[in-house]
Design a protein around this ligand. Sequence first.
Ligand SMILES: Cc1cc2nc3c(=O)[nH]c(=O)nc-3n(C[C@H](O)[C@H](O)[C@H](O)COP(=O)(O)OP(=O)(O)OC[C@H]3O[C@@H](n4cnc5c(N)ncnc54)[C@H](O)[C@@H]3O)c2cc1C
Length: 296
Amino acid sequence: MYPKEFEYASPTSLGEAVALLKKMGPDAKVLAGGQSLVPLMKFRLASPKYLLDINGISNLEYIKENGKFISVGALTRHHSLERSELVKQKLGLFSETASWIGDPQVRNNGTIGGSLVHSDPAGDWGSAIIASRALLKIQSARRERIVDSDHFFKDTFTSAVAPNEILTEIRVPVPPDGGRSAGAYEKLERKAGDFATVGVGVQLTLSRNRKTFEQAGIGLTSLGPTNLRGKKAEKALVGKNVSLETIEEAGTAVSEEVKPTDDVLRGSAEYKRAMARVFLKRALTRAARKAGASGV
Ligand SMILES: Cc1cc2nc3c(=O)[nH]c(=O)nc-3n(C[C@H](O)[C@H](O)[C@H](O)COP(=O)(O)OP(=O)(O)OC[C@H]3O[C@@H](n4cnc5c(N)ncnc54)[C@H](O)[C@@H]3O)c2cc1C
């Protein structure tokens, strides 16, 4: 099916883009990689009157370290995050997450910003930003604001980004002391390239002697109306011994706090709850080992 007719604009600066969004009003849609929006338009589930293509804005696509943060431009492709040496070295959770998204075509075109604003609870990036406690920079014609990852997802397919705003940057805190911090993303999918039946992102920092969990971030995919934080599971870890027993307790906590639904394609809520437990334990064990823990 073809999309309905629309007017197209291709600004070359952020200032021009937000001014155009203000003028066009709520009938406008931002176009980034088009991997979610274009199919929606073809099925006529979205029929924007104006399409604002931000691909001509050159300074929205970057990965750089700025002091305490690694800053990622919203237009950065999944593939760039998967391949970046800086991301591999300091944000293993992000390179792993990127590698699980769709297929090479989707990863070459799709952007981290588009994925986050789309706010599909089955989107993998949502869990990475929650686990890493990232900040999101959002721009309108009037102001710039920063939203933290716990307040970014408002509902299924609804983010904190208003129709007159553009998500410009994802700021990820650099984990403390490289060697004792590590992240991992584990995903259960029906077949290669599928959306998650269950996905779990973790970001850990161990104490200097590697005996206790000092910090823990847990993001959950396809386990509720939005990506969720595994709050009870995080609590079950922080300050506790790095041991199989502690990881088991976090697994029990996560299976009690998730909010999955039955679905004919990917299984019952009960199955997803059980898989959340299994996949969290896998992600925690792997991240703890990467951070130098022994005995897990
Ligand atoms: C076959 C297939 C398989 C996929 N598999 C997965 C998967 O396994 N895991 C996964 O997480 N995702 C998957 N996806 C989705 C993919 O990650 C998309 O790239 C992503 O959801 C949207 O990013 P985009 O850049 O293509 O955004 P677009 O499609 O261009 O836009 C998506 C939405 O975000 C808005 N938007 C985009 N950028 C901005 C911005 N900077 N500021 C404000 N609004 C903005 C648009 O207006 C639109 O509403 C898959 C997609 C396909 C087609």
